[in-house]
Structures are given as C-alpha cells and as structure tokens.
Design a protein around this ligand. Structure first.
Ligand code: OSB
Ligand code: MG
Length: 407
C-alpha cells in the first residue's frame, strides 16, 4: 500500500520554471498558430449509439447496462471528417448535461452560427460563449481539431512542452457490489489482469464488512487502491467515510456533493489525513484554482469533456504540473473514439499513477474501433493506438438515431 503525502499547506508553493516550462512559454505561439487555422464546414453528423456493455455497472449515480453514446462528426467542405464523443450520460445525474439536451444545443446554438469558413479561434470563441454544456462543446471541439490535424498536421498537443509517454498506466473502476462472492471474484480478476490501480465506488450504504473480507487480498497485492463516492457522503455519513480514510491511507474521489464546502471542511477537520481527489466539482480552470487556493485540493481527476475540451484540459494539466498537483485522466465509459483521445491526453501526464482508462473489452461486447484498445500488464501502448480505426460498419450496427445537419 502506498502512502500519500497531503499537499495541504503547500498550495501556494510553486516550482521554479523548469527548462521544460521555459520551452513551453516559447511554444505559446503555437496556440496562436492553431487558433489562426481555417476550418471549413459542410455538415455535422449527430450519431446516437447504444453499445451493449459486458457487465452491469452500479455506482452512486445509477445503474448502466449499456453505453448510450453521442458521436459528433465534423465534415469539412472537402469531405474530411473528424470525430468527437460527447460522453455525458443519457440522464442528468452525473452532470447537468444529457444526450438529448446535447443534441438540442448543437442544433440550436452551435450549427446556426457556423460559417462555410472560420478560424479555429472563431469556433473556440463560439463554443466558450456558451455557459456550461462542457461535454457537448468538447465533442464539437474534438471533431473540429481532428479535421485540422488531418488537414495540416497541427494539433493542440504540439503546445505541450513535455514529450508524451509511449505507454500509459491504467486502472479499473469497480462498481458497488451487493454480493461479496461476486466482489471477491471481480477483485481477484482485476488484480490478476494487472491493472495499476483498483478504484472502488462507495456510498454511505456501502458494506464495509465486504471490504474487511477483501482487504487481505488488497493488502497483499502491490496495487494502489482508491475510492470514488460520486458526491454521495453528507455530514451525517462521516463515520462510514472514516472507515476508508483510516483503513487505507489512500485517496477518495469526490466524497462530498460539489459545492458543499461546509461538509468538505467538516470532513477535512474530522479526518486531517483525508486525501481528496476532485472529479465532478472541477468544471473549469477557475474551479481548480479556487479549490487549490482554498487549500482543500489534493488531487485531480481530469475528464476532457467535463472541462469543455482539449484546450481547456491542457491548460489544467499545465497548472497542475506547475503546482505539483497530482492529476490523471478519468473516464465516462467512452467508446473507442473518446477513449483514444483520453489516452493521448494521459500520455502528457508522466507522473500519473494510473488513469481510469481500461481496455475496450473491459466495457463493451464490441467497441466501434477495431482493433479495440488493448492493455498489457496494466499499460496501454500509445503507438498501438495508431492501428485502431473507426469501424463504420460497427458504428452503423449500434446506431439508434442519426441526424446530418448542413448549412
Ligand atoms: O465518477 O469517475 C466517475 C463513469 C461515469 C460517470 C462518472 C464516473 C465514471 C467512472 C468510469 O468512474 C471510469 C471508467 O470509465 O473506467
Ligand atoms: Mg469520479
């Protein structure tokens, strides 16, 4: 079991700019270069998919048996296509976005403002004028950026000073279990498969006695263990939360509801060693800076969609690096389209222990990219992703609704 050191109290200490960061500052012009790129527009395709999952997944948010995904395709005047995945849920229970709402937003507040030709800067401005709807904006941005990269070779990742990793360590997120034998088997399988981290969903109703019985397995293994409460603990649930704080000396993701700062302070006061990773609560760099400067943030689960896209994510990664904040990439059960982007983003986080980015076959009977994302000994080889192509026949097979909107 690894011990984490709290960054509390250190939050105002920053590193001197390293050579890498100086290089980064020099590279800032490439952001301007990207923003100047022209992107032409012919059509947006809104494709709703329903991908059967291998297993039912239960968390504090709800139960999932299949992944209802929204793929947004940007088609330019030459027929070049870029793909983005809107990874919000079909219901507004993780964030306030939901699939049908996302489609309405694109139809009403994005497409009518697109021109035959614009710069990426124009598009970025148009998207960021819209408040909220981060998953939706991120999908449009990702699709457009893919078109630009296909046409010019210029990508936002070229703004990064660090060289990307060639391999990315990944973990597994395990749901809530009501059957101990099932839970034990899943844990044994996950340890055997070689995941670099096991993340358990927890809630105030969680059976801590189940954890008592699997702890020998967990403590014996050399795998990091963490927990994700999806904001489910209130001030009357601190005793249950204490079980996880005191038993594991590990990280707890989003223990309290976003914005319940009062409960957060009570929790931190009661358990000084409570090490908090924020998920739902960080939707922008401003949220991150606020929690950091208030001294309550220990770690960040960065979801590209949740913060409104790639450009915003890279800004967050740079802030975390500068302030020594551990940061890793989270997931929303993305299909191969979103998963490949997440993995690419993860390759720019050399310090991350593991990301919530398991291989395709952990989630789906069949992914829409072929081959699917593969993992070896808990790592995904970034180069191998170059072979993963969107399989249009499979996209069709799992499509439940499709709209093509042109101007
Ligand atoms: O809280 O991290 C979360 C999935 C959907 C909504 C919220 C969360 C999650 C996960 C999935 O934990 C992790 C994964 O994709 O492997
Ligand atoms: Mg989470």
């Amino acid at each position: 079991m690894l011990t984490l050191q709290s960054t509390q109290g250190n939050h105002l200490r920053t590193r001197k700019p390293s050579l890498e960061q100086l290089k980064l500052m020099k590279n800032m012009s490439s952001r301007a270069e990207l923003f100047k790129q022209n992107i032409s527009f012919k059509a947006i395709h809104l494709i709703q998919l329903n991908l059967p999952q291998r297993n039912t997944f239960k968390s504090g948010i709800g139960i999932r048996k299949s992944r209802e995904a929204l793929v947004i395709v940007w088609e330019d005047q030459n027929g070049t296509k870029g793909y983005g995945e809107c990874s919000c849920r079909p219901d507004p229970y993780y964030s306030d976005e939901f699939t049908e709402g996302a489609m309405a937003l694109v139809n009403k507040f994005i497409i009518p403002f697109l021109k035959k030709n614009q710069t990426f800067g124009d598009l970025f401005h148009l998207l960021n004028k819209i408040r909220g709807w981060n998953f939706t904006k991120a999908a449009v941005e990702a699709a457009a950026l893919q078109v630009i990269e296909k046409n010019t070779g210029i990508s936002p990742f070229s703004m990064m000073a660090n060289k990307p990793l060639t391999e990315v360590p990944v973990g597994i997120s395990l749901g809530l279990y009501s059957d101990l034998d099932e839970m034990k088997k899943v844990v044994q399988d996950a340890l055997y498969t070689g995941y670099r981290r096991l993340k358990f969903k927890i809630s105030p109703e969680v059976r801590t006695d189940f954890f008592d019985s699997i702890n020998p397995l967990l403590f014996e293994a050399d795998t990091y263990v963490s927990f994700d409460a999806n904001g489910s603990f209130g001030e009357n649930d601190l005793e249950t939360l204490g079980y996880f704080v005191n038993t594991y000396n590990s990280m707890i993701e989003q223990p309290f509801a976003p914005s319940r700062f009062d409960v957060l302070l009570k929790g931190k006061q009661k358990y000084p060693s409570l090490f908090i990773c924020f998920d739902e609560e960080i939707k922008s760099i401003g949220d991150l800076i606020k929690l950091h400067q208030l001294g309550v943030l220990d770690e960040v689960n960065l979801k590209v969609g949740r913060v409104g896209g790639i450009i915003n994510s890279l800004e967050i990664i740079n802030y975390c690096e500068k302030h020594n904040i551990p940061c890793w990439i989270g997931g929303m059960f993305e299909t191969g389209i979103g998963r490949m982007l997440n993995l690419r983003m993860a390759s720019y986080l050399p310090e991350a222990r593991a990301h919530d980015l398991s291989p395709s076959d952990r989630y789906f009977v069949e992914d829409i990219i072929q081959p699917g994302v593969q993992m070896h000994e808990g790592r995904v080889d970034i180069k191998s992703l170059g072979n993963c192509k969107i399989d249009t026949a499979l996209v069709e097979k799992y499509t439940i609704d499709k709209h093509i909107i042109t101007i």
